[in-house]
Design a protein around this ligand. Structure first.
Ligand SMILES: [Fe+2]
Length: 412
């Protein structure tokens, strides 16, 4: 329960709530936090409010028994410019995030156009696909730092197929970079991953998007999609052998299962083994039946426990390491007790960027905060949607479908 307290009785160790103070009127990134430094007390006293609230259960100590002398912070030039710099950096980060989201949907539209063109036998779309694959590959070159961002998606079955292709392409390239593949391989991987399921467009939608179990005949037909895929791509100048092998072999699995038959897992090249891992991950988190979809964290655990044997061990372990324990889309509890959703990971997956569930800040203005840099917090545990109240769920709005897109910047 929260208790009202005069700002004159604040003490380091109290967990305070700036409930009645509009978020834009105080200098803090969150509206409730534990006071760690004396200067934070002076900053609270400088806001101009007489009372705040504190939570005894989350506090390390009781408040001061008597009012202390108030020493409002001097609004010096340096502090003002630091605050300005920080808020400019945060605004830029949010803008970059929104741009990435826009790029994702533009790429999905482009992928849709390209696949339709290829389906109609228009050879020129092969060059367009190659250009798109080249652009993706460039996001993952050695001299760029890549951030993997979460995109919330929803859409029709057809759109979801293009989103799936994009997700698999982006995750595959990121994994390829982890595995140290060459630039030429990266281009083949981006292209092959983008086209890996194009053969499904030759199969009736009722079968491709069926949510209940498939009959034997339907399942056999669906298993033809790698073959249909290479059929569609053959004859296009820009399609290399590496692309063809990626499309044809992406369902070959270790231990003699998988399809089409005819090649041993050990003899496979690396690229289809990469796509096998990212394809499975995306299918688990974006299950056609949304009631069966796993959270990103559960998906990684399931790949490790249930599916590891049929995948390439080295590729899978790099993938798990790359996404870390908090893949974008994970809902977490921080060590402060706050709820947050991971929206992107960069070079340190243990300190991701998150959106805090702070009901005092309007959802549209929620900032993207980097753990360990913007706020001195870390993830305590990963939650599932069931652990959140309706209000918290609406605020963080984890969508049933997850998209991934990359943002990159040159390392200087
Ligand atoms: Fe497939």
């Amino acid at each position: 329960m929260l208790n009202r307290i005069s700002v004159k009785r604040l003490k380091v160790g109290l967990h305070v709530y700036l409930k009645d103070v509009p978020w834009f009127k105080h200098p803090f990134f969150r509206s409730n936090f534990k006071i760690k430094k004396q200067v934070e007390i002076y900053e609270i006293q400088s806001i101009g409010c007489e009372y705040v609230y504190f939570d005894p259960a989350l506090s390390d100590c009781p408040p001061l028994e008597e009012d202390a002398e108030v020493r409002p912070v001097q609004k010096n030039k340096e502090a003002a410019s630091i605050k300005k710099e920080r808020s400019t950096a945060l605004r830029k980060r949010k803008e970059a995030f929104l741009k990435t989201e826009k790029d994702f949907f533009a790429s999905a539209k482009q992928a849709n156009k390209i696949m339709q063109g290829i389906l109609n036998g228009q050879m020129s779309f092969g060059d367009k696909a190659e250009q798109m694959a080249h652009d993706f590959a460039c996001l993952f070159l050695d001299d760029v730092e890549t951030t993997l961002n979460l995109i919330n998606i929803s859409g029709s079955d057809d759109e979801v197929l293009y989103y799936h292709s994009l997700n698999v392409s982006i995750l595959s390239c990121m994994l390829g970079k982890e595995l140290g593949i060459t630039v030429a391989e990266m281009k083949d991987l981006a292209f092959g991953a983008l086209m890996h399921d194009i053969g499904k467009a030759k199969i009736h939608k009722k079968i491709v998007y069926k949510q209940s179990s498939l009959s034997k005949a339907e399942s056999n037909l669906l298993k033809m999609h790698p073959l249909y895929g290479v059929g569609l791509l053959s004859g296009m100048k820009s399609v290399t052998k590496g692309v063809m092998k990626t499309v044809y072999h992406h369902h070959i699995s270790n231990g003699g299962m998988g399809y089409p038959a005819g090649i041993e897992f050990e003899k496979l090249t690396l690229l289809p083994k990469i796509v096998a891992v990212t394809d499975l991950y995306d299918n688990i988190i974006n299950n056609r039946d949304s009631t069966k979809a796993f959270t990103p964290h559960q998906a990684l655990a399931s790949m490790y426990k249930v599916h590891a044997k049929k995948l390439d061990e080295n590729v899978l372990s790099h993938f798990i390491r790359m996404l870390g324990v908090y893949p974008p889309g994970s809902i977490c509890e921080l060590d402060t007790g706050e709820l947050a959703m991971v929206v992107s990971i960069g070079s340190n997956p243990l300190l991701p960027e998150v959106v805090l569930c702070d009901l005092n800040v309007p959802k549209s203005e929620a900032m993207i905060l980097k753990l360990g840099t913007d706020i001195d917090s870390k993830v305590e545990r990963v939650l599932s949607s069931k652990d959140l109240s309706g209000e918290q769920l609406r605020y963080l709005s984890p969508k049933a479908k997850i998209g991934y897109y990359a943002e990159s910047k040159k390392i200087v």
